[in-house]
Design a protein around this ligand. Sequence first.
Ligand SMILES: NC(=O)C1=CN([C@@H]2O[C@H](COP(=O)(O)OP(=O)(O)OC[C@H]3O[C@@H](n4cnc5c(N)ncnc54)[C@H](O)[C@@H]3O)[C@@H](O)[C@H]2O)C=CC1
Ligand SMILES: NCC(=O)COP(=O)(O)O
Length: 347
Amino acid sequence: MKSSNLIITMGDPAGIGPEILLKALKDPIITQTCHLTVIGTRSLFEQTYQHLRHTGEVADPDRFEMIDIPLDRITQGQIITGRGNAASGAASFAYLEEAINRTLRGAFQGIVTAPIAKSCWKAAGYNYPGQTEVLGQIAGIDKFGMLFVGRSPYTGWTLRTLLATTHIPLNEVSAALNPQLMSLKLDLLINCLQQYFNIKNPQIVIAGLNPHSGEQGQLGREEKDWLNDWLETEQKQRYDVKLVGLIPPDTMWIKPAQSWYGNLNNSSNKVDNSADAYLALYHDQGLIPVKLMAFDQAINTTIGLPFIRTSPDHGTAFDIAGKGIARATSMKAAIELASELIYHKLK
Ligand SMILES: NC(=O)C1=CN([C@@H]2O[C@H](COP(=O)(O)OP(=O)(O)OC[C@H]3O[C@@H](n4cnc5c(N)ncnc54)[C@H](O)[C@@H]3O)[C@@H](O)[C@H]2O)C=CC1
Ligand SMILES: NCC(=O)COP(=O)(O)O
């Protein structure tokens, strides 16, 4: 039985979005388990299909349901595989906007987004740091979070990393962090773990900001000035959750890496010492380890929205677009996770 009803956006048509989507839709495991509708420009999907059909790895666009967003002749002529620009940015924005509006009207339970390029959106006049913020804005939600989820192919362990701040310059991170923001992100994470992952008493590890978590203020003051107090207060108030931290950011990822790869010295290959989730304070603190361990397998999911949203963890990969070598693993995982989260939401 098809348990979930999802809409999938094409992403930036100059990137690998069309290719990974056609590859995912070729996989019967994906198409048999959920009801999928694609939103994008049919003629561009057909171009990708004709270009790659000899590989036998892509689905025929005539075989799946599609909401066609046609482009005028001039715009379509400006879309060049491998070169994102204002035209491809405008197209990818239109697909996302329409997908969100239809989902809010109740036509779908969740959205899976193929990658877009923020710079192409900007060139097209849409100045957003990412799809996450557009989803939040159109849905009318200001409390949302960017969570990355990856299941280890070696041990089956699941890595979950929430970012406290997302797409902001590094030199704005310290000013953006404060106790209110940290509590908001922690709330979102705990609710998500309890409601969607069925983890009633989660253990969550929280990173420090500075080298060695500030080394008593010698290498940075945020921990000493307020982060340690914030954590202590949170732990006192939350009886059902175990908070661990502030862990120095460089050592925080040792245990998750062991759980991801397995303990090479242990014949059972199983390591049980890792937490249910990790709260990283800024984009690269969380995503360098996620991508080192789980690149093009992990999933980016927006938590706090009134519907489910997932996306691959990678970007538009303009450098390989059109070459037929893009892997659809993260796109498939994004579709599977969206279905799982919908199942848990309905329970
Ligand atoms: N969810 C989204 O919409 C995301 C969008 N982006 C956007 O993507 C654009 C390009 O970003 P980059 O930093 O270059 O990251 P990227 O993830 O697009 O590419 C990084 C490297 O990984 C390779 N790669 C990526 N996905 C792959 C796949 N499925 N199979 C095989 N190889 C793959 C690329 O060829 C490249 O060498 C940026 O404009 C960024 O804003 C980046 C991350 C997520
Ligand atoms: N680095 C993660 C990323 O770029 C995802 O952004 P979004 O478009 O999903 O907001």
